[in-house]
Unconditional design. Structure first.
Lengths: 356, 275, 262
């Protein structure tokens, strides 16, 4: 296991009567690419700002490398931020923007010159020293913002939805760039986004947040394949989420039908949420003793079809590389490994979070 | 940008002290003088003096001329601004600058130049005589004062109106035309309502100084037409009746407050409509 | 057809605006000291301009009061705006309306009430009282210039500077202030212009013997204006005109440069 770098302990933040962060505990490791993922208003940006020092928590502590930095102002933290709107200083050129941090820290001009060169190379903008930042494209401004932060050799780089202002193609390219910069520099990245694709494709660790709570922490595969609750299942990828009852270990009842599964440890007759990914359902001709239904909608998405099947109790979303016709009768088949059992929300907050 | 509310309040403190001493206390002084006799006894008499024939006539005249000047400014400024906004994109801001430039000529001097233009042997009449046209003497009339007011205050109408008009998205006008509105309908139904806030602030900015001026009327009215501003000025600099002067100023303030209240009310109702 | 009508309309307004200015400029070159009587071309009023102590005194007062009041009101307005940015929306609106009272109120009322204040405080009317009065009406003008840009300035500029290690003071001077420079300059220039052009408030708050150009002109009106005043006004006007032309030309150049870079 990598070394712990930042530890958030019991962090609570309210704005007026609004609870933004509720008793957050989180550990960030060295060199990690961590993504805070959640819908807008889930508290992810506030959490980032607390790590950066722009907000202070109502209660709780931020431990950095074993030291409590809760009261340390942002300019004294070995942490840098790439802001959502880049916030490049428009009255300075590229070079002056990047030199801002090292100059304040009293570095020599030779050192600064080398560093600027290195930073521009790192973000693939060699030779842009004298350019006017207001005349750069969005993607270039983004890179300069990263260079300006990285040049200070921070231990941690905080990125607040840095890709949201870019167009689709550029966003994809920048994803790879960010991962490369993370690997090359060894800086810990804490990345905030509401885009699950970004989170899954870039991160070592994904932190799914909603309504001020951490819903799940895990690897991308982990949160996708084994969501801990209905919110995570629903927020990440498409899901069929169905009310079920655990008959006993490895057997679940959905709509009166019993299915084998792989989950154990739930009490008998315990109500649960059952998640089945649309790509994990296979369609066949109608058969006796299986779940039969009628195709009600078909949409073509390039790589696959989205097929809606009505079984009377539930409208299933199925993804298949084979198209079907509306009105066609089909049967649905589920593999035990693809049935994910999740415990029902227990507190009121969790119940609310599920509705989103 | 402040780490604590205390530091923020420290920044706010100088203005609070400043506003107290130089905005509120002076008005208190004004009310004190207006509502007392020279001996310092409370009285309403100074205020009621406004109903004396000569004072009341001046007030009536001031309101009338200010009203006419404001209307003329509005009528001149709308087509002017529409043309300027239209041309600003092609011919650059130079034309617009040319229309602001006269502001840098001292307004008393240019008002006096109007005296030179309008008087009996003035520039206007000399030109008319050259063209064998009859004389046209305006000096020392209400018309001359209105010309002076329009000249001095037209920029105050043009600027807010121009700004309001430039803010109107061109695509909105194109959309209106696309939906079948002709030029007049586009103006009446789209441009006018959208530029109304600019017009309202222009009206306030012209009406108040026009109502209260004493220099323009002194220069172009030849002392024959006394506006309320002239009366007040005389009370302070000639008659030395400060109590009466302050009282008449309070009467003027009533007009100003009503005018501001109307503006605020209009702006609020406009905001609500937007929401 | 309509386009020609528009041009004619512009020309008429143009004539209306520049006719008196033309008359004044003509008078500054007039041999005769009486206005309206053209007796021949002469530069003598320009030559004798600097011997007119009264005019030069008034000019000096106008410039020094203009600069001082613009500096002080810009500083006060900037400090206030910074604080107002962080205050609730309703409080901000309230403060702004209080600040705007000297603009919205009639000059004559502001002038008289300030005069009554100065007399009541036992302050001798003169240079100091004019300066104070000019700061009073300049502060709201500067605030109106700075406030919109400050509100539009994203907080993250300041935070980015802090993030890169700048102290709050350094972040303010090296990032916030330069970002605000256009509106601060505009506010300063507007304040100077307002101060230099103010007549009514100066008229009531000045003391015996102290004049700015506008009050000097008003004082001379009754006895006949020194023609040197026309010469001075012409010089001022021409100077501003040259600045405007230079600005317009530079603007074009700047625009062209921008386009080349793309």
């Amino acid at each position: 296991m990598k070394r712990e770098l930042i530890h958030l302990e019991n962090v609570v933040k309210t704005f007026g009567s609004l609870m933004v962060l509720d008793e957050i505990d989180l550990t960030i490791h060295e060199n990690e690419f961590m993504t805070l993922l959640g819908p807008s208003g889930c508290g992810k940006t506030t959490l980032l700002r607390i790590i950066g020092g722009f907000e202070s928590p109502d209660t709780g502590k931020i431990i950095f490398d074993g030291k409590d930095i809760t009261q340390v102002p942002p300019n004294k933290r070995p942490i840098n931020t790439v802001f959502q709107k880049y916030s490049l200083f428009s009255h300075m050129n590229v070079e002056e923007n990047i030199a801002f941090g090292p100059k304040i820290n009293g570095k020599s001009s030779d050192y600064i010159r080398d560093k600027i060169k290195y930073a521009l190379k790192l973000v693939n903008l060699d030779g842009y020293e004298k350019h006017d930042v207001t005349k750069l494209s969005g993607g270039q401004q983004q890179r300069i913002a990263i260079a300006r932060a990285v040049v200070n050799e921070p231990k941690v780089l905080l990125l607040d939805e840095p890709l949201s202002a870019l167009d689709l193609k550029l966003r994809r390219a920048m994803r790879n760039e960010l991962v490369r910069i993370n690997r090359e520099t060894g800086i810990t990245f804490v990345f905030v986004t509401h885009d699950q694709e970004e989170a899954l494709s870039m991160s070592d660790t994904v932190v799914v947040m909603n309504q001020g709570y951490i819903q799940q922490v895990g690897t991308p595969e982990n949160v996708y394949n084994e969501p801990e609750n209905a919110f995570v299942a629903d927020f990440i990828g498409d899901s069929n989420i169905i009310d079920g009852v655990m008959v006993r270990d490895k057997l679940v009842r959905i709509f009166g039908r019993e299915y084998p599964c792989v989950d154990v440890g739930f009490p008998e007759e315990c109500p649960v949420d059952v998640q089945i990914r649309p790509e994990d359902i296979t369609l066949d001709v109608p058969q006796e003793n299986s779940l039969n239904g009628t195709v009600t909608r078909v949409g073509f998405w390039g790589m696959s079809y989205d097929i809606t099947v009505d079984t009377g109790d539930f409208e299933w979303l199925v993804q298949s590389i084979h198209g079907r016709k509306v009105g066609e009768k089909v049967s649905l088949h589920l593999d035990p490994y693809n049935i994910q059992i999740m415990k029902k929300p227990q507190s009121e907050d969790e119940a609310v979070s599920r509705e989103i | 940008m402040f780490r604590t509310i205390g530091i923020r309040n420290l920044f706010l403190a100088p203005f609070c002290i400043w506003a107290g001493i130089f905005i509120f206390v002076p008005l208190l002084f004004m009310f004190y003088y207006g509502l007392t006799t020279p001996a310092g006894n409370f009285t309403f008499e100074n205020i009621l003096m406004i109903f004396q024939t000569e004072f009341f006539y001046s007030l009536k005249m001031s309101v009338l001329l200010a009203f006419i000047s404001t209307a003329v400014c509005l009528l001149l400024a709308y087509p002017l601004c529409l043309i300027l906004v239209d041309r600003a994109k092609s011919a650059g801001a130079i034309i617009t600058l040319l229309f602001i430039l006269p502001l840098w000529m001292n307004s008393l001097l240019s008002t006096m130049a109007w005296q030179t233009i309008l008087e009996r042997d003035g520039t206007l009449n000399q030109i008319l005589r050259l063209l064998s046209l009859p004389d046209f003497t305006l000096i020392n009339t209400a018309t001359a004062i209105v010309i002076g007011m329009v000249y001095n205050y037209l920029p105050y109408m043009v600027l807010p109106l121009y700004v309001a008009l430039t803010k109107i998205d061109k695509s909105i006008i194109e959309a209106a035309k696309d939906l079948g509105a002709n030029t007049w309908q586009t103006f009446y139904k789209i441009i006018l309502p959208l530029s109304l806030p600019g017009a309202v602030s222009g009206i306030t900015m012209v009406f108040i100084p026009a109502l209260t001026t004493f220099a323009i009327s002194a220069l172009l009215g030849g002392g024959r037409i006394l506006l309320i501003g002239n009366v007040i000025e005389q009370e302070f600099t000639f008659e030395y009746n400060w109590n009466l002067g302050a009282a008449l100023s309070i009467v003027l303030m009533i007009f100003i407050v009503v005018n501001m209240a109307l503006t605020v009310f209009f702006e609020n109702s406009h905001e609500e409509e937007k929401n | 057809m309509i386009s020609r009508l528009k041009t004619i309309y512009l020309a008429i307004i143009f004539l209306f605006l520049y006719a008196p200015i033309g008359v004044l400029i003509a008078q500054s070159f007039n041999e005769s000291r009486y206005r309206g009587h053209w007796t021949g071309f002469s530069l003598k009023w320009y030559e004798s301009l600097f011997q007119q102590d009264k005019i030069i005194d008034a000019l000096q007062n106008t410039i020094s009061i203009g600069i001082l009041s613009a500096i002080i009101s810009t500083i006060l307005a900037l400090i206030t705006c910074l604080a107002l940015r962080e205050i609730g929306k309703n409080f901000r609106a309230m403060f702004m309306s209080v600040a705007n009272i000297p603009i919205l109120n009639a000059d004559i009322v502001t002038g008289i009430s300030l005069m009554l204040l100065f007399m009541g405080m036992g302050l001798k009317l003169g240079y100091g009282s004019i300066l104070l009065a000019h700061i009073v009406f300049n502060v709201p003008y500067v605030m109106l210039c700075i406030m919109p840009q400050l509100m539009a300035l994203d907080k993250s500029f300041y935070e980015a500077a802090l993030d890169l290690g700048a102290s709050p003071f350094k972040a303010f001077t090296s990032v916030v202030l330069p970002e605000l420079r256009p509106s601060i300059v505009a506010g300063f220039l507007l304040a100077f212009t307002m101060s230099a052009d103010d007549f009514i408030i100066t008229y009531f708050t000045r003391g015996a013997g102290v004049h700015t150009l506008p009050t000097e002109i008003y004082a001379e009106l009754k006895l006949g204006i020194h023609p040197e005043m026309y010469a001075l006004s012409t010089l001022v006007f021409i100077t501003v005109l040259i600045f405007v032309i230079l600005f317009a030309m530079n603007r074009k150049k700047l625009l062209n440069q921008k386009e080349e870079n793309f």
